[in-house]
Design a protein around this ligand. Structure first.
Ligand code: HEC
Ligand code: HEC
Ligand code: HEC
Length: 202
């Protein structure tokens, strides 16, 4: 009995610790966002990455010039990459070797363990436009809806969706780009009792 109480007390404390850590991380993200706002793209000479004395300054293309004509975003590197691709503003090569098979998938998968947040709709179309199945399967996610334990904490720590989001894809501050399906909304009801559906949404 005592052991059981001790056990659940330990679990509760661990949970509270995880929640506090989560809040701290969220706050860190929000403040990072505040710092990142300001001029849209810094010039290469004062981006804090390139040596302003380097002869490459003046030769390298400025981000403003490269990215300025693409669908704008208010987060991350200020480009809404999915729109840029869908609108044909960029045409990335799908394969280098002609024998490489390009794999596409167009299902949406609902990830419903989101507590009070809206449900997450994971869209395969948007991902397989840039990535191959093996970039995610099966080391990050099972090929079975509802089979993977994900969790926001793991994502904030750079695992699962966080391997890319916040690193090379739109940042984790954009909660509702992932948490996009309100429970009981027409979009949710269209899935019926299933977690998977052919995509109709953009
Ligand atoms: C960016 C990561 C990512 C890529 C790339 C990806 N998937 Fe998935 N896939 C997921 C996630 C996330 C789930 C949901 C897992 C869960 O619910 O546990 C999933 C679920 C599935 C499922 C079960 C649901 C369904 O749609 O029927 C299948 C089958 C599947 N993927 C096949 C593929 C194939 C085939 C490819 C390549 C054409 C692919 N996936 C590319 C992340 C990815
Ligand atoms: C890149 C996509 C993505 C973004 C951005 C995102 N989430 Fe999540 N979130 C998820 C996924 C996936 C899950 C797990 C769903 C599942 O396993 O069924 C999740 C789960 C959660 C949960 C459930 C509890 C938990 O610990 O797992 C909460 C609460 C949550 N997210 C809050 C947020 C908030 C607040 C933000 C914005 C600051 C946010 N999320 C941004 C994908 C995302
Ligand atoms: C292997 C890398 C990778 C992983 C893992 C990954 N994503 Fe993405 N995701 C991308 C890229 C690349 C894009 C397109 C560029 C962008 O929108 O920033 C994208 C786009 C999206 C979009 C579409 C945004 C739009 O504008 O239409 C959603 C929604 C999304 N991801 C959710 C998720 C969720 C939820 C997970 C985890 C279950 C996840 N992603 C895991 C790389 C990834």
């Amino acid at each position: 009995m005592a052991a059981r109480h001790g056990g659940s007390g330990g679990r509760a404390a661990a949970m509270a610790g995880r929640l506090r850590l989560g809040l701290l991380l969220l706050l860190a993200f929000v403040s990072a966002l505040a710092v990142a706002s300001g001029p849209k793209w810094r010039a290469i000479a004062n981006d804090g990455v390139h040596d302003p004395a380097s002869p490459a300054i003046g030769l390298l293309q400025e981000p403003r010039e490269a990215l300025g004509g693409l669908a704008p975003d208010t987060a991350g590197n200020q480009v809404r990459w999915m729109q840029a691709l869908d609108q044909g503003q960029i045409q990335p090569r799908t394969n280098i070797h002609p024998e490489t098979k390009v794999n596409l998938r167009t299902t949406d998968v609902l990830l419903v363990n989101t507590s009070v947040q809206p449900i997450v709709r994971f869209p395969h179309r948007q991902h397989t436009a840039w990535l191959d199945c093996v970039n995610c399967h099966d080391h990050l996610f099972e090929q079975k809806a509802g089979a993977t334990r994900i969790g926001m904490m793991a994502i904030l720590m750079g695992e699962k969706c966080g391997v890319c989001h916040g690193a090379v894809a739109f940042p984790l501050t954009e909660c509702n780009r992932c948490h996009s399906v309100v429970r009981g909304s027409p979009e949710h009801l269209r899935f019926g009792t299933s977690l998977v559906r052919e995509s109709t949404a953009p």
